[in-house]
Design a protein around this ligand. Sequence first.
Ligand code: MSK
Length: 632
Amino acid sequence: MNFEKLISIEQMEAATNSLLETGAKVGADSWQQRVENQTPHCKFGEQGICCRICSMGPCRITPKSPRGICGCDAHGIVARNYLRFTAGGSATHSDHGRSIAHTLYQASADGAYQVKDPDKLLKIAGEWGIKTEGRDIYDVAHEVAETGLMEYGKPFGNLRFLDRAPKHTQELWDKAGIAPRAIDREVSQALHMTHMGCSSLPEALIKHSLRAGLSDGWGGSMMGTEFSDVLFGTPKPIDTQANLGVMEKDMVNIIVHGHDPSLSEMIVFYAQDPEMIALAKANGAKGINIAGVCCTSNEVAMRHGIPMAGNFLQQENVVLTGACEAIVVDVQCIFPALGPLSKCFHTKFITTSPIARMPDSDFIEFSDETAAEKAKEIVKLACENFKNRNPDLVNIPDLKANARVGYSVEAIKKCLDGVTNSHVDELGTMMPLVDAVKSGVIRGAVAMVGCNNPKVRADYSHIELMKKLIENDIIVIVSGCSAQAAAKAGLMDLEAKDCCGEGLRRVCELVGIPPILHMGSCVDISRMMILATDIANDWGINISQIPLVGCAPEWMSEKAVSIGNYVVATGIDTFLGVEPFCEGSEEVIELLRGESGTKQWVEANFTVEKDLDKMCDLMIETIEKKRAALNI
Ligand code: MSK
């Protein structure tokens, strides 16, 4: 394979255009149209200098009015807005983690949810000092779940998972005063600090942004990842396919979209139920096809090989194919536009969570207690809807790529163990990878994460950056919608090794991995924190010294800002392709991107670069500087 064999952005855009033509026939709205309607964006909002925290305003900062009515200047307003943005993301990821903890608490030997990875459960119990010997595994599960839930509101102490971080990192957090305490406390304090009449000192607000981010990455998100693995299995490499061509013309297509695997796992299970398959056939279909969008897609792809129909900006496309019987959503990243859009087709838009209620949807409330019954009801509804499909509107783009996904930290170690001879005494370590980096066979790594954003040509940044990085012998680990961008293009095909530089190609061949490693959904960026920790510990250096950078070229959500904060706070320099509404304050920019703020506190900072080539060069330069500092 070479770059020509990949599915190109132009092919994907041509497919989208053809789907938009179908949409136009039935009067459908589209995000492309809405972007035009919303352009240009409000300049005050873009620079972060609009304050509507109290009702004396809204206040907007201009050269003629440099302070709001309360006297807050642009720096305080920008920093407050930044902290609120972070808090929104941290709350969202962490609430996802809380929901999974509740599911673990409900697990039982004969219930809908069971413990699929008891080893991981016992490991967490061991870390948390929970007795395991002679106990029923479900007793342990319930105590671990309850202890995890207490992490959200405990009155004293720091988060338990912080002990997993390298000693040096923990010391930095303590020194900077940003070690997170209870998860909810950091979000709550963020809202308190930003209330009218509280903090307006940028340094304090940015420090708390890091703390609220850390309570997500080393708290709520880590809980979401770990407990999902306990319940549904820790991912292992598995083959799947990606892009809109995974939808099947003759089958009932059910799209699962959102984030929480508690729902999608059940839908996947009932789609295999002979009774449901018979129902699909009775309604004229050949069977049932499940495919995913956004992070739910990552969850079920890594554990079951369920194909990935697309990422964030393709959610409308799946309905526009005219072949979607149901789009079933839980929480986060769901366009309200799916309601009216689904009404232009036969598609059932099924919302399931009280957290994400939307007009023009069928609300079937899903809970741990009624999981089986509700999942079956949803699959049944989709099967019965097949007969309502209008064949004249069916247009499934002929785009489909192979992908190998499911590289949890445990899976990466296993792959590495499989090829090492010299480290037989160190099975389960990162040393083979460290050796490859030290020798220069691999120059370093980029952790590429995040969404799509219409401000950036959809998927273009992800894919072009990945291509250049692997050509330069830099391995790329991915999660979220960035992961799906890679999969859709074909960059997770094992054959994509031929697109790499000589060194990375040899490693991919030897280890049997694609050059872009799929580590999961957006909560699974916590896996990357553990990976970095293991590398630092095995290598005997600090995380900030590893030739590793973070990158979110197309980010858009509050969650992504929270992620950026915890990735930087963990010591990883991070590159963004979209500005996080800070340009209105040079003080805030200095704290986040300069040498005197986060760089001093946690040894890493942000770079915002909208020029793709420049961003790629800067990432490579940073990796090479870290190599030089290590004398490798
Ligand atoms: S789904 S937060 S668009 S990665 Fe996690 Fe994708 Fe970003 Fe949502």
